[in-house]
Write a protein that binds this ligand. Structure first.
Ligand code: ADP
Ligand code: MG
Length: 263
């Protein structure tokens, strides 16, 4: 059975997409079967996995509106397969921006993705969902099918403030729609140990959230930022870069966490 994780944080530019594609590549590198779902109309995770969002015949939009199955809409990227980090991609593009409105009249619209993913459950070990920077119907669809949420965050002064809204939303979804849902962990990203404030916020996070903070820290690393323009995650673009190595360690940490969840 696949374990499903949302990568969510309603702030933009905090590293959700970078986390999603690099964790997907890291898990694949470690032999896991992975499906990456892009739930952001910006389609950055799609492009960053080597799939041209402008040429998608079928996307997650068609899956949400039930005009295609996951099996029909998913894609493979040659570049990722060649690198030994192949994962499947359920892509997104601007079409998805209209889905919210088009789904208004649909019954149980927040469960559409969950139902669609159930059909491919046995084919994957991990499903990773890259959420848009909002707490919208799209994010809700992600949260309704997930076992857990991974929250990437920068160790900045206001980081904790934004977390309150996300934690409240997750609590509500947990209470009303998906009893499985929990925050698996907070992932410190774009970390620069030379900045005292980041070190302080990082310590505060640990003090406040304890075990919910992942051991792995993702450093600020320009190779991770360069990779998307080559249509691959950093883990594939430059496996020896510090940021890429950190994401493979994070993949390993996730495998161990899932193991603990099951036993
Ligand atoms: P989000 O999906 O939350 O909007 P992104 O993953 O797109 O955030 O990241 C925002 C920007 O920061 C992108 O330009 C990305 O390349 C860059 N970035 C993300 N993580 C890192 C990192 N660890 N080191 C350097 N740049 C990063
Ligand atoms: Mg993004």
């Amino acid at each position: 059975m696949a374990k499903i994780f949302c990568i969510a944080n309603q702030k933009g530019g905090v590293g959700k997409t970078t986390t999603t594609v690099n964790l997907a590549a890291g898990l694949a590198k470690l032999g896991q079967r992975v499906l990456m779902v892009d739930l952001d109309p910006q389609g950055n995770a799609t492009m960053g996995s080597g799939i041209d969002k402008r040429q998608l015949k079928l996307s997650v939009y068609d899956v949400l509106l039930e005009s295609a199955s996951v099996t029909e809409a998913r894609q493979k990227s040659e570049k990722l397969i060649e690198a030994g980090c192949g994962y499947d991609i359920l892509g997104a593009n601007r079409d998805l921006a209209g889905a919210e409105v088009e789904m208004v009249d649909i019954e149980r619209r927040e469960k559409r993705l969950k139902l669609a993913l159930a059909a491919v459950d046995s084919e994957y070990d991990f499903v990773l969902i890259d959420c848009p920077p909002s707490l919208s119907m799209l994010t809700l669809n992600g949260l309704c099918c997930a076992n857990g949420v991974i929250v990437p965050m920068q160790c900045e002064y206001f980081a904790l403030e934004g977390l309150t809204d996300l934690v409240n939303t997750i609590k509500q979804v947990h209470a009303n729609l998906n009893a499985d849902l929990q925050i698996i962990g907070l992932l410190r990203v774009m970390f620069d140990p030379r900045i005292t404030l980041q070190q302080q916020v990082s310590d505060q996070l640990k003090g406040h959230f304890g075990d919910k903070v992942f051991e792995t820290i993702i450093p600020r690393n320009v190779r991770l930022a360069e990779a998307p323009s080559y249509g691959v995650p950093g883990v594939v673009f430059d496996p020896s870069a510090k940021g890429s190595q950190a994401f493979v360690s994070f993949a390993d940490e996730m495998i161990n966490r899932v193991h603990k969840m099951l036993h």
